[in-house]
Design a binder for this molecule. Structure first.
Ligand code: NAG
Ligand code: NAG
Ligand code: NAG
Ligand code: NAG
Length: 558
């Protein structure tokens, strides 16, 4: 009798082990050709980092998408979405590898919502979800046919290869994964740089990659062991990004509002903390100041024409509409595509040196021995308007308009801008322009000082009077103000600073917006969180069974 009870206990024990193992068939990281993943089933990566399954980003509508997200940490951050522009409106969707070898998402009626277009007939294909969040498809001979990392949605993950022809496209909104208006990709003209587009228009660029950093991102510290690295694989180039602590969850993505965000998951506060965000401030917005001008965050007027240039439309410029930019004050000796350098009569153009500049867009590069060769190559070519010699890139030259420049306080590069010879020879005239008003003002001051001394015989009052006069000097002309940014000028400008028509997206604004989002996330857990927690393993088990199954699955996979 006693032994019978023992035997039946053993039977129950064996049965439960068998039962748990059966459940763990759904704990797989792999789907084979012909197998079907239904809404509610999931793939889980071997070390339980990522899940693939059906989800709804918005609890209030029943749109279903197939995507990849994190097992632990951020609950509704979807790193990849398959049918992003074709949602399924019920829970009858399927994800499968068809006989023709295509990985597909279909709705209950069998309509195609998404396919990876890999046609590998009768090849015993499988698709695996990796611990990096990559869905990889292989044929029966283990040949890789396709991977989601090479078809990203809006997110770039650690250890992902970002090939230079790839594009991230933002979601339409935080709850709608369909392709939004912003995209992020790499432009390789000159040297690779990251560019955010708003539709077809450039919104932000990182500046040129110099082998260590993107030169237009001044808060980007060169990290030799970690950070961005550029590799080549045959004739294809790709970037990778690594961090010192590989257990950190770090992602880059292009937000629905057009920001490139680098974020790290903050385990303690359960939200994404922002490491960097671009564009950061309005000087970072593409070509804010127009052509042949530079944006300077330390200068209250923000936009300054380059030396040798004046506002094209002075009225608009003074009203802080910089769209027309600046134009050359004196024509060059040598200009245009086909013009020939005049010999004899004209004096050769020169170059004005500008330091700590975000170099203009649309550079061409040449590999030359040194900066002198770079200078002469630019000088000899009448369409060359500027050059720079950058360590890690070599000789860079620009033809035509100089576009999207910033004045940095630290970092940036030295740019040499082509100017007419008379801009240099005519320095006497510049001196006169400056000296005469200064002399007049000086004489006036002396008279006032004498007058006041006589009248009040009080030194303190005299100095007050002088201070007052200095701050009430008339506004300087555009030509003059581009060379200086005197304190008197700035204090006047301080009262006029509200006239900007451009919306200023501040860094704190982005952070606030992201916080709001994470609060929303928390609210959303009630409906959404448990759904992907409850369906990971099985549908009708008690919490206790779940725990056992989780442990068991971990044991099997590790
Ligand atoms: C698959 O091919 C079709 C037709 O050529 C195309 O419209 C679709 O965008 C492709 N899908 C993917 C994911 O490349
Ligand atoms: C697919 O697998 C089956 C069974 O393992 C095998 O007979 C067949 O040759 C395989 N087909 C290919 C194309 O590898
Ligand atoms: C800015 O100036 C340009 C011409 O200089 C004009 O066409 C445009 O309408 C102005 N923009 C605004 C917002 O006033
Ligand atoms: C001058 O520069 C332009 C633009 O970079 C280029 O297309 C052209 O070939 C150059 N001409 C010569 C003679 O080098």
């Amino acid at each position: 009798m006693a032994s019978c009870i023992i035997i039946s206990n053993w039977y129950i024990f064996l049965f439960s082990v068998f039962y748990i193992n059966l459940l763990c068939c759904t704990c797989t990281s792999k789907i084979s050709q012909g197998e079907i993943l239904r809404d509610g089933d999931m793939l889980i990566s071997p070390k339980r980092k990522f899940l693939l399954g059906f989800f709804s980003p918005n609890v209030s509508n029943n749109q279903r998408f197939v995507g990849i997200w994190y097992v632990d940490g951020p609950k509704n951050s979807f790193v990849w979405v398959a049918n992003r522009d074709k949602p399924i409106f019920d829970k009858n969707g399927v994800f499968t590898i068809e006989k023709n070898g295509n990985l597909v998402v279909k709705n209950g009626r069998g309509d195609l919502m998404w396919t990876n277009n890999v046609t590998a007939m009768n090849n015993n294909c499988t698709a695996h979800l990796s611990d990096y969040g990559n869905l990889m498809m292989f044929n029966g001979n283990n040949k890789e046919l396709w991977q989601s990392f090479q078809h990203p949605t809006d997110t770039f993950l650690l250890d992902m290869r970002f090939y230079l022809d790839e594009v991230l496209r933002s979601w339409t909104s935080e709850s709608d994964p369909s392709p939004g208006r912003y995209s992020l990709g790499v432009n390789t003209r000159g040297s690779p740089q990251i560019v955010i587009l708003d539709g077809e228009k450039r919104r932000w660029r990182s500046g040129y990659w110099d082998g260590r950093i993107f030169t237009g991102v001044t808060d980007m510290k060169p990290e030799y062991l970690h950070g961005f690295k550029l590799y080549n694989e045959g004739d294809k180039l790709y970037f990778t990004y690594t961090v010192a602590d590989s257990s950190d969850l770090v992602r880059f993505h292009i937000s629905p509002t057009g920001y490139e965000l680098e974020q790290r998951w903050d385990k303690d506060n359960e939200n994404w903390s922002i490491i960097q965000s671009h564009p950061s401030g309005d000087c970072d917005l593409y070509n804010l100041c127009g052509n042949f001008a530079k944006c300077d965050v330390t200068y209250l007027k923000k936009c300054i024409c380059l030396v040798g240039f004046v506002p094209k439309d002075l009225g608009q410029w003074n009203a802080r509409n910089w769209s027309e930019g600046c134009v050359r004050r004196k024509e060059l000796e040598c200009r245009g595509n086909n013009s020939v350098l005049k010999s004899g009569s004209g004096k050769r153009d020169g170059f004005f040196e500008m330091e700590k500049i975000k170099l203009p867009d649309f550079a061409d590069t040449a590999y030359l021995q040194n900066i002198d060769e770079c200078r002469s190559m630019c000088l000899e070519n009448c369409s060359c308007t500027a050059y720079a010699f950058v360590s890690g890139i070599n000789c860079m030259m620009w033809s035509g308009d100089l576009v999207d420049m910033q004045q940095f306080q630290e970092g940036g590069n030295t740019l040499y801008v082509r100017l007419a010879n008379s801009e240099f020879a005519g320095s006497n005239r510049t001196v006169k322009i400056v000296v005469i008003p200064v002399m007049v003002a000086g004489a006036f001051l002396v008279c006032m000082v004498v007058f006041l001394l006589c009248k009040y015989k009080a030194k303190t009052r005299v100095s007050n009077r002088i201070n007052q006069m200095e701050t009430s000097e008339p506004t300087r002309s555009g030509e003059f103000s581009m060379d200086t940014s005197g304190a008197g000028d700035l204090s006047i400008e301080g009262h006029q600073g509200s006239g900007s028509e451009l919306i200023f997206f501040s860094f704190s604004g982005v952070a606030a917006a992201t916080d709001n989002f994470s609060n929303e996330n928390k609210l959303g857990q009630g409906g959404f969180g448990p759904v992907y927690k409850g369906k990971l393993l099985c549908r009708n088990c008690s919490e206790e069974t779940f725990k056992k199954v989780r442990t068991r699955c971990g044991g099997i996979q590790e």
